[in-house]
Design a protein around this ligand. Structure first.
Ligand code: KG4
Ligand code: ZN
Length: 550
């Protein structure tokens, strides 16, 4: 199984009322099968469900065809040389690559030079569209991508001063999976159009691969005098490394040995951590616009600073530090004495794997809210409406809510620490020395998580690389860069779509366009120590792992 790049998917009755929210990255069924099963059990199948089902079936057909365009990939030595020469002629290290991302709820685009200089970026977020639905609504997402894609690409080209794509741009990289098929299709169709009209190659990109590889962007100067062979730079991830992707939709640990060489060490068995932050924030009545993580982090910090720290200060005065006790030990004694009275069990402690689980933690939060705050949680609502108790906002209740937020974060962070430590141990025991730990995804901006992962890195004597926040969340730069890494090795690069092909001629409304999408696409094989978690029936309808297809 893979971690899908999207959060909860919302299915609607055509009247607009919620009937269910299901998780795209659920372990129980592959996404297509989940949609089909869901549709079967639903008394009244919605138009949206039907459309998604249709898309799934179509994708399976396209997967079997296995082509993006009629032209095929650059395969032979001569073809690969031709590709490299063409890029050389268009500027060598200054050659421009366009990246397009539409797999979930961001329409993003970027132009990056082959050496890693980011020339331009543009993004149109759909946060405000899905905010009120408690998840991403596929049809609304598709529509928003369709409305935005031309403008976003146009803006990028304009900012980069590109007036003639055919002469100035060397290739177009596009996310082909995993993701929502009807959304992926919008980006792929745009890429095909550009490829066909201007005769430039397409680089199909795996969304998660892009998240990992963006940690290798050199943020090069324009027209830098540095030779391409000079590979060593600071702050840039070098192979092999371990990557932790943590966002609203992803929760996966990877061994990354090179471009296209990924092993899944562990992944979430239920919710992704960002999703758990969002749901917990919602339960605690915090603002969740654009994700509840930051608000929850703030409340947990409030508990640490306003409640725990003054009590610890008091305890430091009360407990006398004996001469033979070091400061470190003394601090431990103080912290043991002053604790958050609410504590949640750290997930999966008994399972010695690198998998994650956040569903149980979420349940614990709900139970704590009911027990300590007397609030009622209506689980039938996908957005988990809380009916607050009396004086919900009163000082005492505020402290209890902060204590719950703090307890949640403590357990979640410890869970991450456990799994990342084990992943590093696994990789090291394989005889591979990771150069660094890459942490990407929206949740990577959490200060508590950053601090604790920096400590884990230090325990293992490796650097921890956090790509800058705008490149941690979905963006165009990561796609363009993954495209560049693949172009450098001529890995799976598709020849330009023939000018007269259907893919270029057919208009936007025509759904029968020839594209190869991979909505369900594992990034690599599972590590054998993790393989026990996956049942073969769950992977039968998925595309082959990226690693095995090169
Ligand atoms: O990568 P991202 O922007 O989007 C996808 O999920 O694809 O990640 C968004 C997620 C949300 O769940 C949000 O609540 C979480 O990242 N997040 C955080 C923080 N900032 C964003 N979670 C915890 N602490 C944060 N400071
Ligand atoms: Zn993503």
């Amino acid at each position: 199984m893979y971690s899908s790049p999207f959060k909860s998917i919302v299915v609607l009755f055509s009247g607009g009322e919620f009937v269910r929210s299901r998780k795209a990255n659920s372990k129980r069924l592959p996404r297509g099968a989940a949609a089909l099963t869901a549709a079967r059990f639903s008394a009244s199948t919605t138009i949206e469900e039907e459309e998604e089902k249709e898309e799934q079936m179509k994708d399976l057909k396209f997967d079997q065809k296995g082509i993006v365009s009629d032209a095929g990939v650059y395969k032979t030595k001569e073809e690969k040389m031709f590709l490299q020469n063409a890029i050389q002629l268009k500027g060598g290290k200054n050659a421009l690559i366009l990246g397009i991302e539409t797999s979930c709820d961001d329409t993003a685009c970027a132009i990056v030079t082959k050496s890693g200089f980011v020339v331009s970026e543009a993004i149109k977020s759909q946060v405000s569209i899905h905010e009120n639905w408690g998840g991403v609504v596929p049809t609304l997402a598709k529509e928003a991508h369709q409305n935005a894609i031309d403008d976003v690409v146009e803006e990028c080209l304009r900012k980069a001063g590109v007036t003639d794509i055919g002469k100035q741009v060397s290739a177009v990289a596009v996310t082909v999976g995993p993701g929502l098929s009807m959304c992926l299709r919008v980006g792929v169709r745009k890429a095909q159009k550009i490829s066909g009209e201007y005769g430039i190659p397409i680089v199909p990109v795996h969304h998660m691969e892009a998240h990992c590889l963006v940690a290798r962007v050199k943020e090069e100067e324009w027209n830098s005098s540095r030779e391409e062979e000079e590979e060593e730079e600071n702050g840039v991830a070098k192979f092999p490394f371990v990557a932790l992707l943590v966002s609203g939709g992803h929760n996966v640990l990877l061994k990354v040995e090179g471009v296209g060489r990924y092993t899944i060490l562990g992944q979430t068995l239920d919710d992704a951590i960002g999703e758990a932050y969002d749901k917990t924030a919602r339960l605690l009545g915090l603002p969740v616009g654009g994700g509840g993580g930051p608000a929850l982090e703030k409340l947990a910090k409030e508990y640490e600073e306003i409640v725990l720290e003054p009590r610890r200060e008091q305890a430091r005065k009360e407990i006398e530090q004996e001469a033979h006790i070091t400061d470190e030990v003394f601090e431990k004694i103080v912290r043991k004495k002053v604790k958050n009275p609410i504590r949640f069990t750290v997930p999966l402690r008994k399972r010695k794997t690198c998998d994650f689980s956040f569903a149980g933690l979420k349940t614990n939060v709900r139970l704590a809210i009911e027990k300590y705050l007397g609030a009622v949680v209506d689980e039938s609502k996908p957005e988990q409406k809380v009916l607050p108790s009396e004086n919900w906002d009163g000082i005492e209740n505020r402290e209890t809510r902060a204590a719950i937020a703090h307890a949640f974060q403590t357990a979640a962070v410890t869970h991450l620490e456990d799994r990342v430590s084990r992943a590093l141990e696994w990789v090291e025991s394989d005889g591979v020395s990771p150069t660094c730990l890459v942490v990407a995804g929206g949740v990577a901006s959490n200060q508590k998580i950053r601090k604790s992962l920096l400590q884990i890195g230090s325990n293992h004597s490796i650097d921890v690389v956090f790509p800058k926040p705008s490149w941690c969340t979905d963006n165009g730069v990561m796609v363009a860069w993954a495209g560049i890494e693949r172009l450098n090795l001529a890995l799976g690069v598709e020849k330009p779509v023939p000018r007269n092909s259907e893919a270029v001629r057919k208009d936007e409304k025509d759904r029968d366009v020839q594209v190869r999408l991979k909505p369900r696409w594992p990034l690599g094989e599972m590590d054998e120590r993790a393989i026990g978690e996956v049942k073969s029936s769950k992977v039968s309808k998925m595309a082959r792992p990226l690693g095995s297809s090169g």
